[in-house]
Ligand binder design. Structure first.
Ligand code: PLP
Ligand code: SF4
Length: 355
């Protein structure tokens, strides 16, 4: 296809021209708008490199693949507009539907067109709701990309949450340090730094996303005392091998970002071409265990369809559970036993398998 013979350097204008001049991609764009930043265009080396694959529309997005519009059932778990309360102790607040660039595999594609803007009214409603729920300790601010909000709005959100005594922890999920590092301004960093603890979780999927300006932003945030974590979506043909992920997680550790989640793709409509099998994820995790310190290994999680929550999956080292001992196999294939207390066997089997 002519499109993929295009070579770097790219600009947003050139990429738009390419997408809009292709009749099929133009259809895709009408349904799920194409959006990319000058920074991402600049670090893209070809249209099907790890950056291009994540941001350039594909005709495969139009496939009727049996996927769902709201795979996590978030709309049903919303007591107040834009607030998702799925676990007792934490809530998720979607404060904007905007992102600097649009990932083609996005779980919240359904929100791309219906704009979420936090109004004063919404801030008050969320604050009142959390105030009457003292069990909520942790507020996850997400979207869209919260760091894309203007500083004034961001400040109002943080102040509102910090006025609630029982909310101990704030978290922000963002991709802006990758997609548009310039917009993570020193004053936004200072704002986050002065209301700690605010954990910033960065969505990053490939080592190529760690450009020099991105590394500088991570450095600035870490030096300001902001704890950094990451979440990575396991993506077919982009990062679904242990070599790429090992490099990514090592680089993240080097830049003081602790890998937190490796996410199995949700069953979102029109994203099947990005989805890997669960067994692939487990194989990768197994391989990483051998070659990367525990500090660099994220939880591999599936967000259950329909709002069941996140479930971590771990390759098992258990070979057998006996009356008096449990048998495990190490990475070299060597078997070892660890003694069990009397009557423990059934309890362990239940915890491990629910059988
Ligand atoms: C992921 C998620 C959270 C946060 O979960 P952790 O596993 O604690 O990171 C909270 N609420 C919702 C709805 C979520 O999807
Ligand atoms: S950064 Fe997140 S919310 Fe924004 S388009 Fe990408 S996956 Fe979707």
């Amino acid at each position: 296809m002519k499109l993929f013979m295009q070579t770097a350097p790219f600009t947003v204008k050139k990429l738009r021209g390419l997408v809009y001049s292709d009749p099929v991609l133009k259809e895709v764009h009408k349904k799920y708008p194409f959006k990319i930043t000058p920074h991402l265009a600049q670090i893209m080396e070809s249209l099907d490199d790890p950056i291009g694959k994540q941001f350039i529309p594909s005709e495969l997005e139009l496939a009727e693949d049996g996927g769902m519009e709201d795979p996590l059932g978030e709309e049903h778990l919303s007591p107040v507009p834009h607030l998702v309360h799925r676990y007792p102790d934490r809530v998720l607040w979607l404060v904007t539907s905007r992102c600097a660039a649009r990932c083609r595999f996005c779980t919240r594609k359904r929100l791309w067109k219906h704009r979420i803007v936090v109004t004063e009214e919404n801030i008050v409603a969320v604050k009142d709701y959390i105030k009457t729920h003292p069990e909520v300790r942790d507020v996850l601010i997400s979207g869209g990309d919260p760091l894309l909000l203007d500083e004034e709005t961001l400040k109002r959100i943080i102040y509102a949450l910090r006025s609630i005594d029982h909310v101990a922890i704030l978290r922000i999920g963002t991709r802006l340090p990758i997609s548009d590092p310039e917009q993570v301004t020193p004053s936004k960093i200072a704002l986050l730094a002065s209301h700690q603890p605010i954990y910033v979780n960065i969505h990053i999927n490939h080592p190529q996303e760690l450009s020099t300006p991105t590394k500088q932003i991570l450095e600035a945030m870490a030096s300001a005392g902001i704890p950094l974590g990451s979440q990575t979506v396991l993506l077919k043909g982009i990062n679904d091998n242990d070599e790429t992920l090992r490099e990514l997680f090592l680089l993240l550790l080097k830049h003081r970002v602790r890998p937190y989640y490796l996410l199995q793709m949700d069953l979102m409509k029109g994203t099947t071409h990005f989805r890997t099998s669960i067994s692939r994820g487990l194989e990768i995790l197994q391989a990483l265990r051998h070659r990367l310190s525990g500090l660099g290994i994220p939880h591999f999680v599936i967000d259950l369809p329909g709002g069941g929550g996140k479930i971590p999956l771990v390759p098992s080292a258990i070979v057998a559970v006996k009356e008096k001992e449990i048998i495990m196999k190490n990475r070299l294939g060597k078997l070892s036993a660890y003694p069990l207390e009397p009557g423990e066997k059934d309890k362990i089997l239940k915890l491990l398998t629910h059988a």
